[in-house]
Design a protein around this ligand. Structure first.
Ligand code: CP3
Length: 352
């Protein structure tokens, strides 16, 4: 946790301060999915790329869409433009994105299916992502931090096993119940490959890392330790051994009452909180010694107006003086009017 990893921030990147144990005010701000379809300039580049994956694998265009929200809003951090499903795609489980339908994969539902996955094959596709990171570190303003990311093994596994998004992640949960040792092999493979992937992003220039466990909340508490906490703990341990000064943020979405245990057991430097996390619980997480990130409802960015202002103020008042990073509780949605983002950023930046 912070006491183990604190080091001076050798840059002027304010985003990194709370992650190194130092509260700063107004808090740094960035938004999950800050590059995306709500921006007309994103839609134009996305069309030029042809498909979502060709956008991810074009270092020039992926860097361009990463920079677009920084130009508009001067966020304190940029997040590499890619997707959590790059990992299965690079392993050989081809991922398709049908417009309006979400991701599709040929599902792997038992141990025998793991034979088709080859960690040695990831080099070429990962190399393109690392090239995007290198470009970004050159093109970003000096004060803007760059966040690298991947999906947590549990969440990535839910897509690999289900073959698509699902409301309850039943396919992965049932493999884990039916054959825990076979499912463990998939999780272990994802831990190994994801550590290499994130380490490569750091070597290419990422200042901080975020691990997205979007479906952490679908597991009962007796399974949460094995499939959410343990893989993340091992990843954090290995990444810290290689890159001691690089902070790691966990996003165990929906983890609720298990979040504090997640924080202490994994030794992440920051925890991203979803929309349902009470502000008083966010303060308690800060008291555990981590930076806290979150948790505005993305729908308020669609609504705008006074409802947006009121909630922004409540969050700021609750977190004032803490190691806090302003963000959403989940990603920006396509119907968000870009001017509502301007309104929110100005309000956060004016807060005294
Ligand atoms: O700006 C950023 O935040 C960086 C890029 C980023 C994307 N996806 C781009 C994207 C990041 C960090 C992600 C993470 C991601 N991807 C998660 C974890 C966070 C979360 O939202 O819970 C998950 C579960 C995915 C998997 C995924 N990718 C799905 C389910 C979908 C389809 C749903 C949708 O929004 O279309 C995607 C596609 C995707 N990833 C888009 C973007 C901008 C939209 C695709 C398009 O432009 O056609």
């Amino acid at each position: 946790m912070v006491s183990d990893t604190t080091r001076p921030n050798p840059t002027n990147r304010r985003f990194l301060e709370p992650l190194h144990g130092n509260p700063v005010w107004p808090p740094p701000i960035w938004l999950m999915r800050q590059a995306g379809r709500y921006l007309p300039e994103y839609r134009a580049t996305r069309e030029e790329a042809g498909s979502f994956l060709s956008l991810c694998y074009s270092p020039k265009m992926a860097a361009e869409v990463t920079l677009q929200p920084i130009r508009r809003y001067a966020f304190d951090a940029a997040i590499l433009f890619a997707d959590i499903l790059i990992v299965p795609d690079a392993l050989g489980q081809a991922v398709g994105f049908e417009t309006g339908e979400g991701p599709r994969l040929d599902p792997i539902t038992e141990e025998a299916g793991l034979k088709g996955l080859d960690p040695e094959a990831t080099g070429e596709k990962f190399g393109l992502i690392f090239e995007t990171v290198q470009r970004l570190r050159q093109d970003l303003p000096g004060e803007t931090a760059l966040i690298g990311f991947c999906g947590a093994p549990w969440t990535v596994a839910t897509y690999m096993v289900g073959g698509q998004g699902s409301p309850d992640q039943a396919a992965a949960r049932s493999w884990a119940y039916r054959d825990p040792s076979g499912f463990q092999k998939l999780i272990d493979l994802l831990v190994d490959v994801s550590v290499e992937y994130l380490s490569g992003q750091v070597k290419a220039g990422a200042d901080a890392l975020q691990i997205f466990d979007s479906w952490a909340g679908s597991l009962p508490d007796n399974e949460f330790g094995r499939w959410v906490i343990d893989p993340t703990r091992v990843m954090v341990e290995r990444l810290k051994a290689r890159h001691p000064g690089v902070p790691i943020i966990g996003f165990p979405r929906g983890a609720g009452g298990s979040t504090a245990e997640f924080v202490t057991a994994t030794e992440v430097d920051g925890v991203s909180c979803d929309t349902a996390m009470p502000l008083c619980a966010m303060r308690e997480l800060d008291e555990l010694g981590v930076a806290v990130q979150g948790n505005l409802d993305p729908l308020l960015l669609v609504t705008g107006g006074e409802a947006l202002d009121r909630r922004v103020d409540e969050i700021l008042a609750a977190m004032k003086g803490r190691r806090f990073i302003f963000n959403l509780g989940h990603g920006i949605t396509p119907p968000t009017p870009p001017e509502n983002v301007t309104r929110m950023v100005e309000r956060v930046r004016r807060s005294g």
